[in-house]
Design a protein around this ligand. Structure first.
Ligand SMILES: [Zn+2]
Ligand SMILES: [Zn+2]
Length: 168
């Protein structure tokens, strides 16, 4: 399965610039890092970075054979606040959620895995009226999902901390 959503192709630098500009303007937005093989990746042979300007109904994609880790590290904090990558802000409650346990297990086993945070209006979302987090693990066709009508920052924090730990 490959993704089918309309987008404007931009460079890596431009994608970051656009993200900062949308955030500064106070519009609803979010980002995705789509790994090779990800079911949403329009060019699944490489890495894709997606910026959604939800209020302007515009989606931008940058493509590369290198991951967008550095960009994501900056922009996820611009999007959710610095607390999203601060383990001191973890209440620990979210660690019991199945999707967090699964991510922790994949991390511990050294599996390839990644997640998606889909805000309301997300062009990739199976449930665009809600906040959705999905988890994809190497060797499993199953997509693990958590949905809520409220932001899922506590869940996301646990997963983001594991995600960036892979690149430490
Ligand atoms: Zn994916
Ligand atoms: Zn999205």
């Amino acid at each position: 399965m490959t993704a089918e959503f309309a987008f404007v192709e931009v460079t890596r630098e431009k994608a970051v610039e656009i993200s900062r500009a949308i955030a500064a303007a106070g519009r609803a937005w979010h980002i995705h890092a789509l790994h090779p093989g990800c079911r949403f990746n329009p060019r699944p042979e490489g890495h894709c970075f997606v910026v959604e300007d939800t209020d302007a109904a515009e989606t931008y994609c940058a493509f590369s054979d290198q991951p967008f880790t550095k960009e994501c590290h900056e922009l996820v904090q611009l999007l959710h606040g610095n607390s999203i990558l601060n383990s001191d802000c973890s209440t620990g409650d979210a660690k019991d959620q199945p999707i967090v346990k699964s991510a922790a297990e994949a991390f511990a086993k050294g599996e390839k895995w990644h997640h998606h945070m889909m805000k309301p209006g997300c062009v990739l979302s199976p449930l665009p009226s809600h906040y959705v987090i999905t988890l994809e693990r190497e060797g499993s066709d199953e997509v693990e999902t958590r949905t809520s009508d409220l932001p899922l920052d506590d869940t996301l924090r646990e997963i983001e901390l594991l995600y960036f730990k892979q690149y430490d």
